[in-house]
Design a protein around this ligand. Structure first.
Ligand code: AMP
Ligand code: ZN
Length: 480
């Protein structure tokens, strides 16, 4: 497959370090609040990458960290501690909110059919590894102590900033974010590996270290967790585009200095979900969650479908109107699948080109919207219903839209279900056992000449918008 590599700024043929196997690392959420649907856009698109790699036969091992320590409100080591801020807001301990929002995150992922990585590692669980790596960086001269903290010395690298073609300009912006410059830093791009002199007197989580009691900087967790579980050579590292600098730049700096060789070959960055007022973020502006979408009556998979309709390397603007359009398209798609017949064989050889046509755009830097178009092509084709369903089942291994399940549910709703009662009385209806039972009770009341009761039930059903018609040998009901 071809994948755009932000490290080289071009699409490249993907070749893993070990043939047939892929190691994949994802920066996980900072668990001080619910994930917003922007965060989840990143996780949906990374999920598509993972599922596509599996679909074309790779064995994928995926690792995700959970940031429950060390992330300050500015990525440049300044501002407030995000976890502490969350705990104070909710009058809970840091570990309580970490657990709560981690669970909430995975509940959202499940609703969006985002596969949970096989390894999920909270940052607080690997302090020993950070101490080991930081010690080595100090020994080899890549790190220094100043003012009680340990810093990474970015001047020791041949090339520090690699993700953007407009290095200097963006670097300036990135650094400007850290308004209250840290005078301990030797270079403006240096970053903290270990804090002991924290401006947060009440920092909740602290650990002993050779440099004093303190806590790790944000970036070190990803390097250490990744190397610990996936080894010295990583195939793909993913995250949202805002993670590229300084987080990923710093991960590369630390990891390569520690390992002494190149570390990760492919970097995949998902561009932002924006509102009409700019980037959706946890700290400012409009903050939309999966629960809010549900409250407004949207199936979370409509949001997944919405994300798949655009390319991951372009910003995506959210509006309720856009989401409404996605819902209409998704519902229509499900309805079309529900109306397929069962003609023909599922393994029709004529289906092969359609499978290839689906694989091709995904293999070209995950063109999900074109892949969906290819799914519509299947529906429009001359193939029999059975072959169409088989193809849709295959495609949905990557798309994760529950298409056949949703279609089956729709069919069941639409189906005319018959219930045969004793003595050959048949109720035919729209598949609601409660209504069937009431219709039967009415028939029994009539048989017993209890017409008042029979009329009462008829009126009750009428009140629910249900019309009952007597037919030879039974009754038929329908919603009007
Ligand atoms: P955080 O919980 O802030 O550490 O972010 C979790 C993931 O969401 C990271 O990969 C971010 O880069 C990504 N992210 C943050 N904001 C957005 C956004 N508006 N659109 C897409 N991805 C985002
Ligand atoms: Zn990370």
């Amino acid at each position: 497959m071809k994948l755009y590599n932000s490290a080289t700024h071009r699409k490249e043929e993907f070749v893993p370090h070990v043939p047939g196997k892929v190691s994949m690392y994802t920066c996980g959420p900072t668990v001080y609040h619910f994930a917003h649907i922007g965060n989840l856009r990143s996780y949906i698109m990374e999920d598509i990458l993972e599922k596509y790699l599996r679909y074309i036969g790779y064995e994928v091992t995926r690792v995700m960290n959970i940031t429950d320590v060390g992330h300050l409100s500015s990525d440049a080591d300044t501002g407030e501690d995000k976890m502490l801020k969350g705990a104070q807001r909710e009058h809970k301990s840091v570990m309580e909110i970490a657990q709560f929002y981690t669970d909430a995150f995975f509940a959202d992922c499940e609703k969006l059919r985002i596969r949970r990585p096989e390894i999920v590692q909270p940052a607080t669980g690997m302090i020993d590894a950070y101490i080991r790596v930081i010690s080595r960086l100090l020994e080899t001269g890549y790190a220094y102590q100043a003012g009680g903290n340990v810093y990474y010395d970015t001047s020791k690298l041949e090339r520090y900033y690699i993700f953007n073609e407009h290095d200097e300009e963006d670097l300036a912006v990135g650094v400007r974010e850290g308004v209250d410059a840290d005078e301990n830093k030797r270079n403006k791009t240096d970053f903290v590996l270990w804090f002991t002199k924290s401006k947060f007197e009440d920092q909740a989580l602290k650990w002993d270290s050779p440099w004093g009691v303190g806590y790790p900087g944000w970036h070190i967790e990803c390097s250490c967790i990744c190397i610990h579980y996936l080894g010295e050579y990583l195939d793909i590292h993913c995250g949202g585009i805002d993670n590229a600098f300084p987080h990923h730049t710093n991960e590369i700096a630390q990891s390569e200095a520690y390992l002494g060789h190149p570390w990760c070959k492919y970097w995949m960055h998902v561009h932002h979900l924006n509102t009409q007022n700019g980037k959706m973020s946890k700290s400012s502006g409009e903050f939309l969650t999966v629960s809010l979408l549900e409250e407004k009556g949207f199936d979370p998979l409509v949001y997944r479908f919405f994300c798949l309709q655009s390319h991951y390397r372009k910003g995506l603007t959210f509006s309720w109107e856009n989401l409404e359009n996605a819902r209409a398209a998704y519902d229509k798609l499900v309805a079309r699948i529900a109306s397929l017949d069962t003609d023909g064989a599922p393994d029709d050889p004529e289906a092969a080109p359609y499978e290839e046509a689906f694989r091709q755009p995904l293999g070209n830097d995950l063109n999900t919207s074109l892949a969906i178009t290819r799914l519509y092509d299947v529906l429009k084709s001359e193939l029999g219903g059975a072959a169409k369903r088989a193809l849709i089942a295959q495609f949905d291994q990557v798309l994760g839209l529950d298409l056949l399940e949703k279609a089956a549910r729709k069919q069941a709703e639409q189906a005319q279900v018959s219930v045969t009662a004793s003595a050959g009385y048949t109720v035919t209806g729209e598949g609601d056992p409660e209504v069937d039972a009431l219709v039967l009770q009415r028939a029994e009341a009539k048989k017993a000449k209890n017409f008042a009761e029979a009329d009462r039930i008829r009126d009750l059903l009428k009140g629910q918008g249900i019309e009952v018609s007597d037919v030879p040998g039974g009754a038929v009901w329908r919603r009007v």
